[in-house]
Design a protein around this ligand. Structure first.
Ligand SMILES: Nc1ncnc2c1ncn2[C@@H]1O[C@H](COP(=O)(O)OP(=O)(O)OP(=O)(O)O)[C@@H](O)[C@H]1O
Ligand SMILES: [Mg+2]
Length: 690
């Protein structure tokens, strides 16, 4: 994903930076979560629809049952009226206007069958007898639709609205019972009036016909539904069996007169029957105005109900009221919630288990990767011995295997490189040392050569005059008779001239560099002879000469005279360094490689300051007042000619060691590669000191 997209989607950036493990888990969770939410949504809808369509079917069925109860009561009224209209005693009493007889019979029937109205009219429809109000008769009831039909010898039955006047005629009690003050209902439709004075009556009218078929009159009866709870309570008992939910009736039934509750077992907040309240505007519109049934959830007085309403029609087919049954919605909602809760609990449980499993699988996949990251890091830091321990046979295992192989190869290559590097370094060092040595040798040779030329020239020129001076000085001393002072001066001249001749001889010796005349010789013997020459001088100076000579040394090809001069120079230097006396040890050995012979001169003298070490072999370097500084320069030249080297080690105040190293097999003179002695004392050389 590009940088621009990351800026636009900061969560994408965050997701990208997460460890692989969390990416796996989050990815799976997103899929599961999406699936879960969709199925939860669909499940909820389905469950809701199923539960509510079942509930609606039930409430429809319940309304049908309520109609059965309602119609039963209506049929009761019809049957009572029809049967009594056919009774001969009533017919006779009607014809004879025997009101006391009628009072007995009809009064009994009305009471016994709980009829609020039971009235007898003559064949013109004028009231002859009223069971409720016997003293009130003579009024015309022929306008009443049921009475009119009965006068036509028909049996008429139906629900009717009785006006207050009609009810007052029948009985002021009934008028009173029917009367309602509206209780304000927020959702009800507006109505101009605020009270109901009419009553709704289940009524029936039957013609009273004698045996010959003559119409004698009519008998009509009715049950006032206002505040009559028999029907609604019977519906509740039969249909809902008085079942309660959390102390509240599950089922309710209501009879409406228009939109007004006139008989109900829906209770208000105070626990009283909610008569006097009115139906909602919606139901009013659907059922009362449009005359169609209503099945839906509705808020009834205090709670939500699953309700069914159907219009109650009068005999002329006009809608005058409604029959309602309703089931408390809460039990269904609670069932739904319970199902939802169980579902959510299960979903939660599944999610937890899934998370656990996911975490396990993610770890299984990412752990080896993590190990690989750590390994890469270690290898990047140079730990090439680190190996991955992954035995899995899957792709990651294969990757780990390849990784280990790669690391192994890398290590080998690295080792080779390091070794090469070291070898190269060693070679460079060797070459540098050789170069330095050769350079030193060249410089020294150069120096010696030019000095030699000059010295030879000077010596040649000076030698003859010096010889004449010396001869003449001696002649004068022998022949002349001089004063003591002059004799002394002449002696000094002779001595100093002799010293000069000595220097010249040394110079010539140094410069001559004559080819060596090598013969097979015993180097120990040369050493011993030289020591013998020095012995006297040494004992005078209180110096002890010790000889530590290896008698098994093989013979060497040497120019004995020159080597003797070398030994002499070194021994003399050693003696001159031991002013207070000491020990000079001469040691000969076969080299550890058995290809060299070493001869060391170890003294216990004053030692050589470090800064002088590299100047020792320079011609004319001397620290002595009477020295020429040519001794070691000559020595160096001779050793060179023998293909050997000189090593020096020294410690001021303790003594010095000069070691000569002669090869057993020498090359030809002109091909000799001479190694200049090391300036710095070596460890090995230090051992022999003192
Ligand atoms: N064994 C030694 N102990 C201390 N110093 C030494 C020793 N050998 C040589 N040297 C130092 O090296 C210098 C050079 O020695 P070299 O033999 O070349 O000349 P010299 O002894 O001074 O003079 P010459 O040998 O002509 O009498 C000496 O002056 C001395 O300082
Ligand atoms: Mg010397």
């Amino acid at each position: 994903m590009s940088e621009r997209n990351s800026k636009r989607w900061p969560f994408a950036r965050l997701f990208r930076d997460l460890p692989l493990r969390y990416k796996f888990i989050l990815g799976f969770l997103a899929v599961i979560g999406f699936g879960g939410i969709v199925s939860l949504f669909v499940g909820t809808r389905l469950e809701h629809q199923t539960i509510f369509s079942l509930a609606q079917a039930k409430v429809r069925h319940d309304l049908a049952s309520a109609w059965t109860v309602y119609n039963e009561r209506l049929n009761d009224v019809r049957d009572i009226v029809r049967l009594n209209a056919g009774r001969e005693t009533i017919q006779i009493a009607l014809v004879q206007k025997k009101r006391d007889v009628l009072s007995n019979i009809l009064g009994y029937v009305a009471r016994d069958f709980q009829l609020d109205i039971l009235t007898l009219t003559d064949s013109q429809g004028r009231v002859v007898f009223r069971s409720r109000r016997p003293e009130n008769f003579g009024d015309d009831r022929s306008a009443d639709p049921l009475v009119r039909r009965a006068l036509r010898k028909e049996l008429a039955v139906g629900t009717q609205i009785f006006s207050r006047a009609d009810l007052l005629e029948e009985s002021p009690d009934l008028a009173e019972k029917a009367c309602f003050e509206f209780i304000p209902t927020p959702m009800a439709a507006e109505r101009p009036e605020n009270r109901e004075e009419n009553g709704m009556v289940l009524s029936a009218a039957a013609p009273v016909i004698d045996a010959r078929g003559n119409l004698l009159g009519t008998l009509y009866g009715g049950v006032l539904l206002n505040r009559n709870y028999d029907i609604v309570d019977r519906v509740k008992d039969i249909v809902y069996k008085g079942e309660k939910y959390q102390g509240k009736d599950i089922g309710t039934a209501t009879i409406f007169q228009g939109d007004l509750r006139i008989a109900t077992n829906v209770m208000d907040e105070g626990g009283k029957r909610a008569v006097g309240t009115r139906v909602s505007r919606e139901v009013n519109q659907a059922v009362l105005r449009e005359g169609r049934p209503w099945v839906d959830r509705a808020f009834v007085v205090t709670h939500w109900y699953l309700t069914a309403y159907e219009p109650i029609k009068n005999v002329d087919g006009g809608t005058i009221g409604m029959l309602y049954v309703g089931m408390l919605e809460k039990p269904y909602i609670d069932v739904q919630n319970k199902v939802m809760r169980t579902f959510a609990l299960l979903a939660g449980l599944c999610t937890v288990i899934l998370l656990g499993l996911l975490s396990f699988f993610a770890t299984t996949v990412t752990k080896p990767l993590q190990a690989m990251v750590t390994a890469t890091d270690k290898i990047a830091r140079g730990d090439l011995n680190h190996r991955l321990e992954i035995d899995d046979k899957d792709e990651i295992g294969q990757l780990a295997h390849s990784f280990n192989r790669m690391t192994e190869d890398l290590k080998n290559a690295n080792d080779n490189l390091t070794q090469w590097g070291k070898m190269l370094e060693k070679r460079v060092e060797e070459r540098t040392r050789e170069l330095r040595e050769t350079q030193g040798y060249l410089i020294q040779s150069e120096k010696l050569a030019s000095l030699g030329k000059m010295a030879a020239g000077v010596a040649h020129e000076i030698n003859n005059p010096l010889t004449s001076i010396l001869i003449n000085a001696h002649l004068m001393l022998e022949r002349g008779r001089f004063s003591e002072e002059l004799t002394e001066n002449l002696t000094l001249i002779a001595e100093e001239t002799s010293r000069c001749a000595q220097i010249v001889k040394g110079l010539l010796e140094f410069a001559r560099q004559t080819p060596s005349q090598k013969n097979t010789a015993d180097i120990n013997e040369v050493a011993e002879r030289t020591a013998q020459l020095l012995d006297k001088q040494a004992s005078v100076r209180n110096i002890k000469i010790l000889k530590d000579l290896d008698r098994t040394l093989p013979p060497l090809k040497l120019d004995k005279n020159k080597v003797q001069q070398v030994f002499w120079n070194l021994m003399l230097n050693a003696c001159e360094a031991m002013l207070e006396g000491g020990t000079l040890t001469i040691r000969s050995r076969l080299g550890s490689d058995r290809r060299h012979v070493e001869v060391a001169f170890v003294d216990t003298g004053v030692g050589i300051p470090r800064e002088n070490l590299h100047k020792l072999f320079d011609p004319f370097f001397t620290t002595k007042s009477s020295g020429t500084g040519l001794g070691l320069a000559v020595t160096y030249g001779i050793v060179q000619q023998h293909g050997g080297t000189i090593a020096v080690s020294s410690e001021v105040g303790r003594g010095s060691v000069f070691t000569l190293i002669f090869p057993l097999e020498q090359e030809e003179d002109n091909e000799i590669i001479i190694r200049r002695p090391h300036d710095e004392p070596s460890q090995e050389e230090d051992i022999g000191r003192g």
